[in-house]
Design a protein around this ligand. Sequence first.
Ligand code: DGL
Length: 267
Amino acid sequence: MTDDKKNLPIGVFDSGIGGLTVVKELRALLPGEDIIYFGDTARVPYGPRPPQQILTFMQQILRFFAAQPVKLAVVACNTMTALGVEANQGRFAFPLVGVDTGMAAALNYGTKVGLLATQATVTSGKHAEKARLFNARAEVTGVPCHDFVPLIEGGQLSGPAVEAAVASYLAPLCQAGVSSLVLGCTHYPLLTPLIREKVGDAMAIINPALETATAAQEVLRQQALLAGPARKGATRLCFSALTEQVRMMATQILDGECSLEEVELPD
Ligand code: DGL
């Protein structure tokens, strides 16, 4: 393997700013890697859209990364992971790593698992399928959280609207008596303090971002594509709509100044 390929960036993408919660873990775990992030802030949210349209958007984003090029693409979106990772694996010159389902971690706390996710992710049934592979007695209660992504993209991480949404989405999970709660959308870790406040110590909260970053590291290691240890990685953040709001949220999630730009996707 040439050093040139090792030094290519890792592509990371989501429908909006949520995937930056995965970028944060990747930067901590792999500080020598360059990262190019794409957030489709002009078309977010993806979750309520028909699966075929989500797949079309995903293909467009993958073509954008093919043109950079990148050595690996991390699908930092549960919705696109559930619908399109298997279908697109092997179709590009780089491998794809999707968001970890969090089910292995969740089942450490008991067989009743709560899942907060988008409509498309819950409907796909992928999390329940995976949980049953680990434990045939696993019971996953999925709750589609329509309001979370628009609220988070709008910077509302606290206040009455988001508190009411958290309370209503948690109610069926409390009723089901789940022992863990998987944040099945990369936007939701931004609401962890609020969710923790509501559930107290009754449920373990699982954010699969670290498992996802670890899976990306493992693929790079297996393919001898890890960047050299002496490198200091740079992060480039690209969005289909770069608003002041996006700037503010990106800076907040990644704790500081970042290089941000607006880009156009290929057709
Ligand atoms: N962050 C995306 C996910 O993990 C949100 C999808 C959306 O835009 O609805 O599913």
